[in-house]
Design a protein around this ligand. Structure first.
Ligand code: SF4
Length: 333
């Protein structure tokens, strides 16, 4: 079996706040293979963004405790020095965010911003950096790149800004791209174009991608594997086909049920998730999903309310729920 490009094992991230300890991520394990996309799905506060900021070393060491392993291409990132993490960011791992306006400086041209990343990591001259910026804008489908390279972010449309962000993230040919809700702020047509662009760039450059989203529709069209997170834990993991067509965890059923446009593609009734996610300051004992779950009685109230179900081993289709496979299949046949 090949070694995954990114391997996260038993990752725990706690934030120490005035109100107490926020258990943002708890015992999380997953892999990302080279050239594939892992979709990480969950509601706000499920720990999906924190996980990825931790991979990038973008947490505040003053108030954060981290344990576990994060191995990227064989190198351990937990405990790595600040300078080695800085070298890694942009060069080997890059990130794109939901709202490019918060990541792009309004005071510098698009070309300068893309070129600066290239200069910093590759030691290129200004002229080389400008040529590279034009090349990247061409790659991401910006029309008239030789002219638009001198535009400021406000002169670009929302979709073009997101393309420019992708160009900036990929300018140093990173091996891993982390995309945090990259299309949420865009209308549906532009969203589809951006997701197609990411797929094409992945085919061309062999980049591994982690796509963070609350939208299983995005995952269905883009990812190879899926990790469903709830209250800082993985509750289901598998290939897109396994998780979307044979979902096993009641929370995944809920996520799928709350997305009507997927209901014809997957054979699952509409079951919106009732209630709200728990505070990570005070995660319920037992299965963290039990206050919102309709199957506690069937699985065993004692068990669901007192003992935390574990996700089965690191590979293959797995979920963290006490219902038997036969019960799950019976409920969703
Ligand atoms: Fe629901 Fe129990 Fe399964 Fe948790 S373990 S999802 S509470 S049935």
């Amino acid at each position: 079996m090949s070694t995954p490009f990114l391997s996260v094992r038993d990752l725990t991230v706690d934030f120490h706040t005035e109100d107490g300890v926020v258990h943002a991520v708890n015992g999380l394990s997953f892999d990302v293979e080279k050239g594939t996309t892992l979709g990480i799905v969950g509601e706000s506060g499920s720990g999906k963004s924190v996980t990825n900021l931790t991979v990038l070393g973008l947490h505040n060491p003053e108030n954060t405790t981290i344990s576990g392993e994060i191995r990227l291409d064989g190198d351990e990132l937990i405990g790595a020095s600040r300078s080695s993490m800085e070298k890694l960011r942009g060069n080997k791992v890059a990130m794109i965010f939901q709202d490019p306006l918060t990541s792009l400086s309004p005071y510098h041209t698009i070309g300068k911003q893309i070129g600066e990343v290239y200069r910093k990591h590759k030691g290129a001259s200004r002229a080389e950096a400008r040529d590279r910026a034009i090349e990247m804008l061409t790659r991401v489908g910006i029309p008239q790149p030789k002219t638009r390279v001198d535009d400021y972010p406000h002169q670009f449309s929302g979709g073009m800004r997101q393309r420019a962000m992708i160009a900036m993230a990929l300018v140093c040919d990173p091996d891993l791209l982390i995309a945090d809700e990259p299309t949420t702020a865009l209308d549906v047509t532009v969203q589809a174009q951006i997701l197609d662009l990411l797929k094409n760039l992945q085919d061309e450059m062999g980049t591994s991608i982690i796509l963070i989203t609350h939208d299983l529709g995005v995952v269905a069209n883009t990812a190879h594997d899926v990790l469903v997170m709830y209250a800082g834990r993985a509750v289901e993991r598998g290939t897109v086909k396994e998780v979307l067509h044979e979902p096993r965890h009641p929370y995944t059923w809920g996520l799928l049920g709350s997305m009507p446009r997927l209901s014809s593609a997957v054979d699952v009734p509409l079951l919106p998730v009732r209630g709200t996610p728990p505070s990570l300051l005070n995660v319920p004992p037992g299965c963290p999903f039990h206050p919102r779950c309709d199957y506690v009685k069937l699985a065993g109230p004692e068990l669901c309310r007192s003992e935390r179900p574990e996700l089965s081993p690191h590979r293959g289709h797995g979920d963290a729920c006490y219902l038997t496979l036969a019960q799950k299949r019976e409920i969703h046949k």
